[in-house]
Design a protein around this ligand. Structure first.
Ligand SMILES: C[S@@+](CC[C@H](N)C(=O)[O-])C[C@H]1O[C@@H](n2cnc3c(N)ncnc32)[C@H](O)[C@@H]1O
Length: 318
């Protein structure tokens, strides 16, 4: 560094953040100012940044901040740069190779938490399973918000399993059972067959011809986490529904996220099992139909087509 540059005072924090926000805006980042502020907070090692009365910037901050902003300008996800994200009451570790938990999934977790809390209030210890757990947001949210729940989480990616374990431990939920497994495996969590009160899932569901446009998603979320398989993207979601038929206790609840164009297909797939008494769609916070909610019928009750859950699993996966 030249003597002149060494003598030049660092620009103030507010000016740096405003400049960074302009750079990120030009790069097409959806929330440039929020991201510029979050990166500055990360570089300063503080949780939140108050720009009304900004703190003085330490020596070398401008260079360090510029490097972080450049990574974001190239559309690396903010959460990969900072290494964490918020999910409900949790601070979750995030890392490349594992799907970044999304705000809309907090609503899916809410339905699972509500059902588990309802059962806990009745004096029962609910059993909750999170299939396709990713970083573990849903499983850890249920375990921390309903402490009497027994929670199991499964993912097919070893990196996701390891990260869920880490997030459960870091958030005070070391009792969460975390397993490597495939939702298409008819023996998955076999010891819980017919014993699960809530089966919740945000599986991959994007069809092969709907490649996401945002580079953060397309280039950084793993394909295994995005594409649901089959022409409609619903192969893995259908396997989740089949697993729910096998694992849920009669009266147990299935909660599954899907794309906003898949609500009718998801309801049809659940109805086709003949195992659910109440199959409906719930909206996300913006009113889009994003969640299948279905309650397993009691044997012999209306809505159940007569076949055993096991027969239905085999039939729908054939
Ligand atoms: C959309 S991500 C969701 C992750 C997490 N549930 C969340 O909401 O943040 C889908 C996850 O499903 C996992 N997955 C994909 N195919 C699977 C399969 N056949 N069996 C189990 N997990 C699978 C992926 O590894 C990924 O972690």
């Amino acid at each position: 560094m030249s003597t002149a540059a060494a003598r030049r005072p660092e620009p103030g924090l507010r000016a740096l953040v405003e400049g960074a926000a302009r750079v990120l805006d030009e790069a097409g980042v959806a929330s440039p100012r929020r991201d510029a502020t979050a990166l500055a907070a990360y570089a300063l090692g503080v949780e939140r940044l108050e720009l009304v009365l900004p703190p003085p910037v330490p020596a070398g901050f401008a260079d360090r901040y510029a490097q972080l902003v450049e990574r974001r300008r190239l559309r690396e996800p903010l959460q990969h740069i900072t290494g964490s994200t918020g999910f409900r009451y949790l601070t979750m570790y995030v890392e490349p190779g594992v799907f970044v938990p999304r705000p809309e999934t907090e609503q899916v977790a809410q339905v699972a938490v509500d059902e588990a809390a309802r059962l806990a209030a009745e004096g029962r210890a609910p059993v909750v399973v999170d299939l396709c757990c990713g970083a573990g947001g849903i499983a850890v949210a249920v375990a921390t918000e309903v402490p009497t729940a027994t929670v199991a989480a499964v993912d097919a990616a070893p990196a996701a399993v390891a990260l869920t374990r880490r997030n459960a431990d870091a958030n005070g939920a070391p009792g969460v059972r975390v397993e490597l497994g495939d939702v298409r495996d008819a023996a998955l969590l076999a010891d819980l067959d017919g014993r699960v009160d809530v089966l919740v899932s945000n599986p991959p569901y994007i069809p092969p011809d709907a490649v996401p446009v945002d580079p953060e998603v397309r280039d950084h979320d793993p394909d295994l986490a995005l594409y649901g398989g089959g022409a409609d993207g619903l192969e893995i979601p259908r396997a989740v529904i089949a697993a729910a038929v096998r694992l849920l206790v009669p009266g147990g609840l299935l909660v599954m996220e899907h794309a906003e164009v898949q609500d009718a297909a998801a309801r049809r797939d659940a109805d086709a099992t003949g195992a659910f008494a109440d199959v409906h769609t719930r909206p996300d916070l913006t009113g889009r139909p994003r969640m299948l909610v279905a309650r397993l019928a009691h044997p012999g009750a209306p809505g159940r087509s007569g076949e055993s859950p096991t027969d239905t699993v085999g039939g729908s996966q054939a």
